[in-house]
Design a binder for this molecule. Structure first.
Ligand code: ADP
Ligand code: MG
Length: 746
């Protein structure tokens, strides 16, 4: 990628195997326990936190059963013989200087050295796992290291201020050993070949420390300001590398040639607008204008449209599709599930009316065809749909991932719309893009509100539009928690409530986390954002609500006598799913028991009540999506979050959050806070080498947006990064090891 005359991107010493700089034994230990093999990898293994000699670890707060490094003062040490065996135990009691109120007992078997070194008042680091034994917390045979302490040794004040770096350690390799190796490397490493990914101008403007200083200060700070400033520079550097990668991609795709689709003054779009039974919201109008302009340009549109559930994204997308058809092109609409694809097919044909019956008797002149193409369609129907796509008779082709398969051809694909799917990664986008002669225009829609910085990070290569207001007449949804642990009798109440709704002519959804009997997954089709769903806890042996069992139970529930009840889940075949959904939409089914297959897009105006069983099994954004299925037809909606977890259980905090607000943007922030933040770019986070290390998308919004602006400016001036080859090298190093994981998001 870099130009021929660029200096080699890799600095000499950083790329060397560790054992060239330090002893074989140390290097082997580092590799075995931390998986780090080069000098650069070790120096990029930053301390997790820093201890101040004056602030001991709060004993009360030490987590149990985790590798911890604690700083504590010895209160007493006593030796006792073991009764059953030969040998002795040294019991050391340590404190955090809060007056001996909170103390921890540390036991050493045959601890000769502990006995010798751990004298009262001594300050030491201990590394090990705290466990609970007979109700008391203890630490057994930890590794330890005495810390010189001015109180005892009369050290200089300067020494006293030196923070103690704490690295993520293991039982065999305590933090202070890592520190010693790093210190040794820092003394001998040659930084001269190291090139700074940050442009000099940015270093000046941001008053960042030099790269070399930053490595020294982050590992071996003299005072807390040192590591803070070093961390600030690495944090910004990380943000800039990531944002430049995204900006470069954005610039590259924007520079490609695309066919301009200007539409026509008296085409399908004009006819559609003239017959629209409602007025577009101001948001729909302004986003519509942006899309119309971008489709008319000779470069591809690459846009993300965010909007609350029910904000009217589909209409916006449909208008863009019609503009493309009016210009002689085709549009593909990609849905995450077959149910949703089928539903789009129905509702788009319905809203287009005669405009969707091109070439058919009674169809409008110049009308088009809307074709469904999914993986599980019968072969003959599928073949016909493929022919229509290839011949161009289908103006709109709606489908699932099956549209990505190699043998689907388009006559002239002008626009790809990806609905409701924020896991639709860069690679899938690319797979579809190659289906057109020139890169098609792209519109990605998501109803899952994403905090701004996450959008910048995950969708940084797309431009973003947001639909903020809901169409007028949208009724509010009220959400209530039903805690069965506190109020077992409320089960009954739920079904009489459902009955009231049905007697008033309305319909009800009941959502379960599982399908039935022998599935061990949730059985739903893979939908949005599984990562926000709680992980199943092995100790969680509760029986979770299953669609099949709940259907049986409700059919015999006295309160629901005579109610028409059906099931919907991912294991039904496509026809069954479509038929059931159609029957529900037509009002022929009163109560639908389903999995999360109805999570996205499903649009039945008459449904007003949603009961989510074992709601604690779902993530915040899933719950929010689910409840968006009710209250869509101008009738107020109600959502009941049913849980059997006791009040105060941590998982109920998600339910509290969902019940407290219907503002998806607030919820997405909550969601991030409750999940361990930072899990944005995927599971590879924990692996730790090249994923976000210092950046936290919630806390560092300022840094991320600054870096985004800077990155855009750099890429505008230097699209190939020829003048910024060190930055380019850093991008490669950052993305490559986990390229897959990175690209799959988005
Ligand atoms: P989204 O895809 O954003 O969840 P939809 O496009 O499915 O939302 O719209 C939800 C419902 O609102 C649909 O029935 C749609 O016809 C209707 N709708 C869309 N825009 C408007 C509007 N401006 N005024 C009234 N109803 C609208
Ligand atoms: Mg929609």
């Amino acid at each position: 990628m870099s130009s021929a005359n660029a200096t080699p991107p890799v600095p000499g010493d950083f790329d060397k195997p560790l054992d060239r700089l330090i002893g074989k034994a140390s290097a082997a230990g580092i590799e075995k326990h931390l998986g780090l093999t080069t000098v650069g990898e070790l120096l990029n293994y930053f301390p997790r936190r820093y201890l101040n000699r004056g602030e001991l670890t709060a004993i009360d707060k030490i987590p149990v059963n985790e590798d911890v490094t604690i700083l504590a003062r010895v209160l007493s040490a006593t030796k006792r013989r073991m009764r059953e065996r030969k040998g002795f135990i040294t019991d050391v009691v340590v404190t955090d200087d809060t007056g001996g109120l909170s103390s921890l007992k540390i036991s050493f078997f045959n601890g000769h050295q502990a006995e010798r070194d751990l004298r009262p008042r001594v300050l030491a680091l201990f590394s090990g796992k705290v466990t609970v034994y007979n109700g008391a917390r203890t630490l057994t045979n930890p590794l330890f290291e005495l810390l010189p302490d001015d109180e005892l040794a009369g050290h200089e004040a300067e020494f006293h201020a030196r923070p103690v770096p704490v690295y993520s350690a293991t039982a065999k390799l305590p933090s202070w050993k890592i520190q010693r190796v790093v210190e040794a490397v820092l003394v001998i490493v040659d930084f001269s070949g190291l090139r700074d990914p940050l442009p000099a101008e940015i270093v000046r403007r941001g008053k960042f420390m030099s790269l070399e200083d930053a490595y020294h200060q982050i590992h071996s700070p003299s005072d807390p300001q040192d590591w803070q400033r070093a961390r600030d520079r690495f944090r910004y550097q990380e943000a800039l590398v990531l944002q430049t990668a995204l900006a470069r991609r954005r610039a590259q795709t924007a520079a490609e040639d695309a066919t301009a689709r200007r539409g026509s003054a008296d085409g399908l779009l004009a006819a559609f607008d003239a017959g629209l039974p409602f007025t577009l919201t101001p948001g729909q109008q302004s986003v519509g204008a942006v899309l119309a302009a971008e489709l008319s340009a000779q470069h591809p549109m690459n846009r993300l449209l965010q909007g609350e559930v029910g904000s009217g994204k589909t209409v916006v997308a449909l208008r863009a599709m019609l503009q493309v058809i009016d210009s002689g092109g085709q549009a593909a609409l990609l849905a995450p599930t077959e149910v949703l694809a089928a539903q789009h097919h129905q509702s788009i044909r319905a809203i287009l009316g005669p405009l969707a019956e091109g070439g058919m008797l009674g169809g409008a002149d110049g009308g088009t065809q809307v074709t469904l193409l999914t993986g599980s369609m019968p072969a003959a129907a599928r073949k016909r749909a493929m022919l229509d796509a290839a011949a161009g008779t289908a103006g709109i082709v709606i489908g699932t991932h099956a549209l990505l398969s190699d043998n689907v051809q388009f006559f002239d694909l002008g626009l790809i719309v990806v609905d409701e799917q924020h896991r639709f990664g860069v690679e899938q986008r690319d797979a579809l893009r190659v289906k057109a002669h020139k890169p098609p225009h792209l519109l990605v829609m998501t109803a899952t509100p994403i905090p701004r910085t996450v959008a910048m990070t995950v969708f940084g290569d797309l431009d973003t539009s947001v639909l903020r207001e809901l169409p007028a007449g949208r009724a509010p949804i009220s959400t209530h928690q039903v805690g069965l642990a506190e109020h077992p009798a409320w089960v009954r109440r739920i079904w009489t409530r459902a009955r009231e709704e049905i007697d008033a002519g309305r319909q009800v959804y009941v959502v379960c986390p599982r399908i039935g009997t022998d599935d061990d997954g949730d059985g739903s089709e893979p939908l949005s954002d599984q990562s926000s769903a709680p992980t199943r806890d092995a100790r969680d042996t509760r029986e979770l609500a299953e669609v099949t069992a709940v259907v049986e139970q409700l059919r015999t529930e006295p309160a629901l006598a005579g109610v028409r009840i059906e099931a919907l889940h991912g294991r039904l075949d496509t026809d069954e799913k479509t038929d059931t959904m159609a029957a529900f939409a037509a009002g022929e089914v009163d109560l639908l028991v389903s999995t999360t297959v109805i999570e996205v897009g499903v649009d039945v105006h008459n449904a007003t009540l949603m009961v989510i069983l074992d709601a604690d099994r779902f993530g915040i954004s899933q719950l929010h999506q689910l409840r968006g299925r009710v209250g869509r037809g101008g009738l107020p909606g109600t959502c009941l979050l049913v849980t059997s977890l006791e009040a105060g259980h941590p998982s109920r905090r998600r339910l509290d959050a969902v019940a407290a607000t219907t503002d998806g943007f607030i919820l997405s922030q909550e969601d991030l806070k409750l999940r361990r933040e930072g899990d944005i770019l995927g599971a590879s986070q924990s692996g730790g080498r090249s994923t976000l290390r210092l950046l936290r998308v919630l806390q560092h919004e300022d840094i991320i947006s600054q870096a985004r602006d800077d990155a855009w400016e750099i890429v505008q001036k230097d699209p190939q990064l020829r003048e910024n080859s060190a930055l380019e090298a850093a991008i490669e190093a950052y993305l490559n090891p986990e390229k897959e994981a990175f690209l799959e998001r988005g």
